[in-house]
Design a protein around this ligand. Structure first.
Ligand code: GTP
Ligand code: MG
Length: 454
């Protein structure tokens, strides 16, 4: 991620609970960074076994305000670990209070801090341990709600999903080369530009293949409605300022007084310029979540904010502290983009939330693309939903490019440059799926929708 000068240096050790909330047989406390192994050993009465092996250990009496507690632990030495750094995992009984105490003991160590959502995977990506496709496969397998979605996630993890995209990419690149050969060398005898009939057939086949993969589309695409995207967060999180910055005009009142916004303000946000192939969305500025108010109007505003968030198609969770502690109401499968607002002010170190500054516009491009990706999420009950939102949008953009090329091929007088332009658009769009994305986009768009501990 391009960092603003106030971002703190890397090299910190991060820790988080990597298992789900609530009670379970076991919970996993996960650590990564230079101090990970020492931090683990400080909790135990004896060092663990060989790297990579799960060993029986005993949690020292007092660490978690308990007596000695038998547990399991494993250490992984960098670079032979998931993140590429020294890492450790501690498996303890899955009791939330116990997990909290163990994490608190770890986090008391200097140089150790709580991991932000997606940070383990972001570190793995940055150290070259994961491709972007595999990182997305991890997120997708956690979010999957159907066998089809699990299959799609597995295809991302093992690279077979990417192989299909590469075949499409190759075909577009071949067609582009043929068309360009026709443009540049028509006066040379040894180069035969591709006949229009053959070009049209291959373009149609390709377009139909991508379109089949995309499926019938999200509910609102069918219904002709715009996806509803809400700005959610605490009072004074910078929601209204961000709303105005995204729209490019001062539509909502923003002020240093908490509780300024009292109603849901909806406006159309066009994302086409930053995210080709994307729809316009309805962007909604909401009142801040002030749970501790006695005021009747504020209570009505709070319930409006919760209702709108619960029925939104995507959520932009705003937090200048980068903690994202507020619980987001609504279905768990829906995209939530974590945005650290006010990135011009000193704030938390590193992390994988998308940092933006609404005052100077920093990183609003990646945020617009993240919104466009989220708006392409298919509903979870859709059997064809097994394509990630980011990929859906890129495929839609590729189809737009191929349609433009096809339209040009069908016009006998259209110059070959028009066909080539459409093909280049399709090639760029498919390149995005394969991972031709800038580091800014990767951290912002991919990891900002991960959850903590992953
Ligand atoms: N330095 C800095 N200040 C910001 C930024 N964004 C917003 N602010 C300031 O933070 C304060 C609160 O901003 P709002 O946009 O009104 O916050 P809000 O989340 O809409 O607040 P409520 O409507 O009360 O829930 C204002 O004084 C803004 O000028 C930013 O990126 N950087
Ligand atoms: Mg506001």
């Amino acid at each position: 991620m391009t960092t603003r000068p106030d971002s703190s240096p890397p090299g910190q050790t991060i820790a988080a609970c990597a298992s789900g909330p609530g009670r379970s047989l076991r919970a996993i406390v996960r650590l990564s960074g230079p101090d990970a192994v020492n931090a683990l050993h400080a909790l135990l009465d004896a060092p663990t076994a060989a790297p990579g092996e799960l060993a029986r250990v005993v949690l020292r009496p007092g660490v978690a305000a308990t007596g000695a507690l038998p547990c399991l632990a494993a250490v992984y030495r960098g670079p032979r670990s998931f993140t590429g750094e020294d890492s450790a995992e501690l498996l303890i009984p899955g009791n939330p209070a116990l997990v909290e105490r163990v994490l608190a003991a770890v986090l008391r160590r200097p140089g150790t801090r709580a991991a932000l959502p997606g940070e383990f995977s972001a570190r793995a990506y940055l150290s070259g341990k994961l491709t972007i496709e595999q990182a997305e496969g991890i997120a997708a397998s956690i979010a999957a709600q159907s066998a089809a979605q699990l299959d799609a996630a597995r295809r991302m993890l093992d690279g077979t999903g990417g192989a299909q995209v590469r075949r499409w990419t190759d075909e577009v690149a071949n067609l582009l080369a043929l068309v360009e050969a026709g443009i540049d060398f028509t006066d040379q005898d040894d180069v035969t530009p591709i006949p229009r009939d053959e070009l049209r057939d291959r373009l149609s086949r390709l377009r139909d293949g991508i379109s089949r993969r995309l499926g019938p589309g999200a509910a609102w695409e069918r219904a002709g409605e715009r996806p509803r995207v809400v700005l959610f967060g605490a009072p004074n999180a910078g929601k209204s300022t961000l709303f105005n910055a995204l729209l490019g005009r001062a539509r909502s009142v923003a002020s240093p007084a908490p509780g300024t916004t009292r109603d849901a303000l909806a406006e159309t946000l066009d994302l086409g310029a930053d995210a080709p192939g994307s729809h316009a969305v309805t962007l909604i500025d909401l009142p801040g979540l002030d749970e501790h108010t006695g005021d009747k109007t504020a209570r009505a505003a709070l319930s409006r904010a919760l209702d709108e968030t619960a029925r939104a198609d995507a959520v932009i969770h705003c937090d200048p502290r980068g903690l994202f502690a507020e619980e987001v109401p609504g279905p768990a499968s829906r995209p939530v983009i974590r945005v650290r607002t006010m990135a011009d002010l000193p704030g938390p170190a590193g992390g994988s939330a998308l940092s933006v500054c609404a005052l100077d516009g920093w990183n609003l491009g990646p945020l617009r693309r993240a919104i466009a990706d989220a708006a392409h999420a298919a509903p979870p009950d859709d059997a064809d939903a097994a394509v990630l939102p980011r990929h859906r949008r890129a495929m839609a953009a590729a189809i737009d490019g191929l349609d433009a090329a096809l339209a040009a091929v069908r016009r006998p007088d259209a110059p070959a440059e028009l066909i080539a332009a459409g093909l280049r658009g399709a090639l760029d769009a498919l390149g995005e799926i394969a991972g031709d994305v800038s580091p800014d986009d990767v951290l912002g768009r991919v990891f900002a929708v991960f959850c903590i501990g992953k």
